[in-house]
Write a protein that binds this ligand. Structure first.
Ligand code: GLC
Length: 822
């Protein structure tokens, strides 16, 4: 009986969130004993044989690596890190009887000897930016073992930081919560969570990177640990913010701002910059679980064209396959996939196909030769399934500790998963995508990669699954959270190899830090409710502050029944989101833009057309995200870090620096309060000017989402288009919104939108400056930078502050010029 009770207690305790109080039960790292230094780091040895290594990677980037009760291991590996070859900056070391000081030009790290506490300070002002509240901790005696999801996985490690009285917290990737995460706590454990609502945690992704902000000064912490991890920003403590993990190393990077944009740039350097996807990824996308057969797909596209709604992409969900066998096509439903793709392509529409990680478990029904065909994806697979056969023969599938194949259940029923930590397996998986590319598919949608397992969604069924992990042969406790990252990597690298002259386009549901190198993302299975819609802005902006700039959500929501009003309001956010895709669950009411009647369809058309007109702006902002790490879809906070009114403002957003949008996320609302930050703002629809640093009430009937342009901005737009590439961007119209001094400026980025040539300088960056002149405005177009030539075309200019402004058109011939506009 006792045994039974303790077993029940154990089941209840396992995986319950560890609190700020509970981590006090942990052992604290011993005090300082001695130190060694080399050219780029110092290693501190402690009285309990622990070691702490501080590595100086850049003046604003310090790595802290701690090994408890033993020396720092020689093996040092991370799937997230993109850059290891840092040029060590100037730094120096100073010791006093109390502390050790490591300083760069920007950061001063102070290590107090006893107890061992680390402070990060501003090197110029010596102001403390982030400080340990307790020495780093580890679970030497198994104090938290009963609370751990997998007590055999490793030892709990944690760092506790002083919580500032008005410190704000941002980031952590995909969390179903608000922008400012102060006083909240989170777990990272990639989980398939359909129909999640606000507060549900964890959901699909793990991005253990956050930004702290206090007194306008920001820092970042990237805790690069893929075990089940915890972040607590003062949930149940007024003093302590802490993070920890159920195994692995206490290994984190401190990134110093003080600007958030600078931190995002460094984080991108460290974990990888998002490459540019093909420009058509910014086009409108339509999906459904599932459009089939081929004639149904054609009908959806026909409706789009007939109704004059722009469309670039249609998605094929799981029913295009033979019995959910990935890398196959059901020839009843899609008798000639290549023809279909060609037909759609002539109408400007590209196909994206879903690829799940679950490979149908299918021991051959008949003994005989495996399928040998140049296009096995089109052959019947009911006797033998080539992907299963090949993967099994090559031993690429995951196994349990006892050597048995790991057989989870996903859409095909019993399935197997690839061990994506094996380089050869990644290569094989990537090469399998020939099956799609040969049939005209242009992008790959990686779903179910938490990985989802219908046997048990918590991950319990997977605990003894072993992955190669660069020879460490570690278990799922370490590898679950990086499974999707490595699948996306295999996919991206495969697409790159198969079509080197094309930019890969990959979409993923689950992720770990670094995912932006390989994939864009969407926020999974949302509900068609106003509550879910209200999460769009905080979630997209949070993802943008977490190194994932290319984000979006199923427009209108995935599960349940939308209505015209909800769908319109959803488009009024997503028409500016990088990923704009309407998608619906198999048994949900139809949700294409025309399904609720002409009244709503007409409004949706207006916003989709506006999206296409704004492409020059959106693409320029996307390139900025690629280059600098600053997302295009931003919280106001990112542009106005000095303004505390923005610190928890998450029902407005900005596109780049210039466009501010205040969407409606509740039913039956026709006006709202809008906060306008400092400066002057133009109502996008009326050109009426408003002084900033204030809250205004503005009309927002269903037809009109409140939108404002920053005075001083120039918004470049192109012509109406049904799809990207239908026409050249000619003319490009520059709408000028002068500030109080009569100045405005912008920089337009362009390239071929399709090939990787932009990486070698094949782009054009055109800067336009405007200033007030005697009678009107003087426009100067600077000589463009870069060696991409968009061909002959016109630029037009219009002044938005003038009651009547003539449009002035000039030829863009790649030369600098200056002229007047009134
Ligand atoms: C998952 C995906 C969803 C997809 C469905 C069928 O629920 O999140 O987008 O439609 O699987 O593949």
């Amino acid at each position: 009986m006792n045994k039974l009770l303790s077993a029940i207690a154990c089941v209840i305790a396992l995986g319950t969130p560890v609190t700020a109080q509970e981590i006090s039960k942990l052992e604290k790292i011993g005090s300082f004993a001695s130190l060694t230094r080399n050219e780029k780091s110092i290693t501190l040895s402690c009285r309990d044989n622990s070691q702490v290594q501080l590595t100086i990677l850049a003046p604003d980037l310090i790595r802290v690596r701690t090994s408890f009760a033993k020396s720092i291991p020689a093996r040092d590996h991370s799937w997230a890190i993109a850059k290891n070859d840092w040029a060590t900056p100037r730094w120096n070391l100073r010791e006093t009887p109390e502390a050790i000081f490591v300083s760069t030009d920007e950061v001063e790290v102070v290590v107090h000897r006893s107890p061992l506490l680390i402070d990060f300070r501003d090197a110029r002002t010596h102001e403390v930016i982030n400080a340990d509240e307790s020495p780093m901790m580890y679970d030497a005696k198994g104090a938290l073992a009963e609370m751990m999801f997998d007590p055999s996985a490793g030892m709990f490690v944690a760092a506790a930081k002083k919580l500032g009285f008005d410190e704000h917290f941002y980031g952590l990737g995909e969390k179903a919560t608000r922008l400012d995460k102060r006083r909240e706590r989170f777990i990272n454990w990639n989980s398939d969570t359909p129909g999640y609502t606000e507060g549900k945690d964890p959901i699909y992704q793990t991005i253990p990177f956050y930004i702290g902000l206090q007194r306008g000064i920001a820092y970042g912490i990237f805790f690069d640990n893929s075990y089940r991890s915890y972040f607590d920003f003062g949930h149940s403590s007024q003093q302590r913010a802490w993070f920890g993990a159920e195994g692995g190393e206490l290994n984190y990077y401190f990134l110093y701002g003080p600007g958030i944009k600078k931190i995002l740039g460094r984080y991108a350097d460290l974990t990888g910059h998002m490459p540019l996807p093909p420009m058509w990824a910014l086009g409108n996308q339509q999906s459904r679980w599932s459009y089939y057969p081929n004639t149904m797909v054609e009908e959806v596209v026909r409706q789009y064209r007939e109704r004059d709604l722009p469309l670039d992409v249609i998605h094929l969900d799981i029913d295009y396959m033979q019995g959910y066998r990935v890398f196959t096509v059901d020839s009843q439903r899609f008798p000639n996939p290549k023809d279909l793709a060609d037909k759609l392509s002539r109408q400007g529409v590209k196909i994206v196909a879903i690829v799940d990680p679950g490979v149908k478990y299918q021991p051959p029904a008949k003994i005989g030769p495996p399928i040998k065909s140049l296009a096995p994806e089109l052959e019947p697979q009911d006797q033998r399934y080539y992907v299963f056969d090949e993967g099994l023969e090559k031993k690429y599938f995951q196994q349990r500790k006892n050597g048995a194949l790991f057989i989870p259940k996903v859409w095909p029923g019993e399935s197997v998963f690839v061990d994506f930590t094996l380089p050869e397996a990644r290569r094989w998986w990537g090469d399998l995508h020939r099956a799609y590319l040969d049939n005209g598919v242009r992008g790959i949608w990686n779903d179910m990669n938490e990985p989802s397992d219908f046997v048990d969604q918590t991950g319990k069924n997977q605990l003894d699954v072993v992955s190669y992990d660069e020879g460490e042969n570690s278990t799922h406790a370490k590898n679950r959270n990086v499974f999707a990252l490595l699948e996306a990597r295999a996919t991206y690298e495969g697409l790159e190899r198969l079509k080197p002259d094309r930019r890969p386009y990959v979409i993923t549901r689950a992720a770990y830090a670094g995912i932006q190198r390989y994939s864009t993302m969407w926020t999974g299975d949302t509900n068609s409710t106003w509550e879910a819609l209200a999460l769009n802005v905080p979630m997209f902006t949070t993802l943008g502050l977490s190194g994932e700039p290319f984000v979006g959500s199923d427009v209108g929501g995935f599960i349940g029944r939308a209505n015209g009003e909800l769908l319109v309001r959803a488009y009024q956010i997503s028409f500016l989101a990088p990923f704009c895709r309407n998608h619906k669950v198999i048994d949900g009411y139809d949700q294409e833009p025309w399904r609720f009647g002409k009244y709503y369809e007409d409004i949706i058309r207006k916003y989709l057309k506006l999206r296409y007109q704004l492409l020059p702006l959106l693409y320029s902002a996307l390139e900025e995200a690629h280059r600098t790490g600053s997302p295009l879809f931003r919280p106001l906070l990112l542009n106005y870090q000095d303004d505390p009114n923005t610190y928890n403002l998450d029902d407005e957003f900005m596109i780049g620096d210039d466009l501010l949008v205040a969407p409606i996320v509740r039913p039956d609302i026709t006006s709202r309060l809008v906060y306008l930050p400092k400066g002057v703002w133009y109502n996008y629809w009326t050109n009426k000017k408003y002084p900033g640093s204030t809250m205004i009430r503005i009309d927002a009937p269903l037809e009109t989402v409140p939108m404002f342009v920053r005075a001083g901005a120039i918004i470049p737009t192109g012509p109406d288009m049904n799809y990207i590439g239908e026409k050249p961007f000619d003319p490009i119209t520059f709408s000028i919104y002068p500030d109080d001094k009569g100045s405005a400026s912008t920089t337009l980025y362009e390239d071929d939108g399709a090939s990787p040539a932009y990486k070698d300088g094949a782009f054009r960056r055109t800067t336009v400056n405007v200033r007030r002149a005697a009678s009107g405005y003087l426009v100067s177009i600077l000589a463009p930078v870069g060696n991409y030539n968009p061909g002959a075309r016109k630029f037009s200019f219009v002044i938005k502050s003038a009651a009547t402004s003539t449009v002035v058109a000039v030829a863009d011939d790649g030369r600098a010029r200056m002229f007047e506009v009134r």
